[in-house]
Design a protein around this ligand. Structure first.
Ligand code: 9Z3
Length: 327
């Protein structure tokens, strides 16, 4: 595959079709934002999970971006705990706040139920484990119930990079009415390349011709219009993922220079659960400021471990507060 043309955001939205249910989804977002605004709540848009790039119109094959959705789902919980309302925009079937504790392979729900079934005849270890699991589930359910009652979580799903871009633009525009009180936390892993509708084969690509050559176009860099047009003074946090740690800071600085948003959080693939770097641009004098945030690695995949998202969110709450105060 080789890199080809790049679309401007304008050309992209003029030529690529919007998801069918966009208008309906956005009506829901409008109502949610108005309700939170009436209650004087700060609102954060959390994007989470990877986008796909279909290779055919009748899609059989697609490219995917790595992300389980842990960063987004976990962070959303901490934002909710801090009193923010959350629009959680995630890849279908990726992790979600609260249910993440009992889905996928960590804390499988059936194991929890099996423990519950141990009953009076169970051995002491079984009973202790069941009690622990009970307490954990109760804490998760209590937090979830609180959020449900307060009506502070609104969920949207995407699958393709097209879904993602259309939703991101429309949600950002709706959220912009909150001005500085809105935060945008862009943790989704978004494809850099895509296949424009006009170049896609209608039917399944056939294998008869030997090797496969696909030329993809560059996905528009939407952070620029997001900063300059879609949002008004919102606090925008983007994530930068690299597999070569040495690239993190230079790439984060370049993104801040190019797009002019508030902060880039850099993370390297293998250490992302224990360390991240916040990169920010100060205006007077014009300098970059980097600060690393680290937690001790967990001894095992035990249930009760510190999550780095707790500290990431705490740090962002401080910075967002200061940003609101500057107005
Ligand atoms: C991230 O860097 C996220 O922290 C992860 C989270 C995807 C690494 P998990 O969901 O992983 O917890 O498994 N997200 C941003 C990735 C991205 O696509 N960034 C773009 C880039 O690096 C810029 S917006 O170019």
């Amino acid at each position: 595959m080789s890199e080809s043309a790049s679309f401007s955001a304008e050309a992209y939205f003029a030529t690529q079709p919007a998801p069918q249910l966009l208008a309906q989804e956005i009506a829901g977002v409008k109502e949610f934002v108005a309700r939170q605004a009436a209650q004087n709540r700060n609102v954060v848009l959390v994007t989470s999970g990877g986008t796909t790039v279909p290779l055919e119109l009748n899609v059989v094959r697609f490219l995917d971006n790595f992300s389980a959705g842990t960063r987004g789902a976990t962070s959303a919980e901490y934002f909710l705990k801090a009193g923010y309302a959350v629009i959680f925009m995630h890849r279908q079937f990726s992790l979600q706040p609260f249910s993440r504790h009992y889905s996928h392979s960590t804390n499988p729900f059936l194991d929890f139920l099996a423990l519950e079934g141990d009953g009076p005849g169970a051995d002491t270890v079984g009973i202790t484990a069941a009690k622990r699991a009970d307490e954990d589930l109760l804490a998760v359910l209590t937090a979830y119930k609180r959020v449900q009652t307060a009506g502070t979580l609104h969920t949207l799903t995407f699958v393709t990079v097209d879904d993602y871009l259309w939703l991101l633009r429309a949600v950002s525009q709706e959220l912009s009415v909150l001005r500085r009180r809105a935060m945008y936390y862009l943790a989704a892993a978004v494809s850099d390349f895509f296949l424009p509708r006009q170049k896609m084969s209608e039917h399944k690509i056939q294998s008869g011709k030997g090797s496969l050559h696909i030329e993809m176009d560059q996905v528009p860099k939407v952070l620029k219009p997001m900063v300059e047009e879609w949002t008004r003074d919102g606090y925008i946090v983007s994530f930068k993922l690299e597999t070569d740690q040495r690239l993190l800071i230079p790439k984060a600085r370049a993104a801040l220079e190019r797009y002019g948003h508030q902060v880039v959080i850099g993370n390297e693939l293998h250490s992302r659960k224990v360390q991240v770097v916040f990169v920010e641009r100060k205006r007077k004098p014009m300098t970059f400021v980097e600060s690393w945030l680290r937690i001790a690695p967990a001894p095992s995949a035990a249930i009760h471990v510190k999550e780095i998202e707790e500290d990431i969110v705490a740090e962002l709450l401080r910075r967002h507060e200061a940003w609101i105060g500057e107005a």
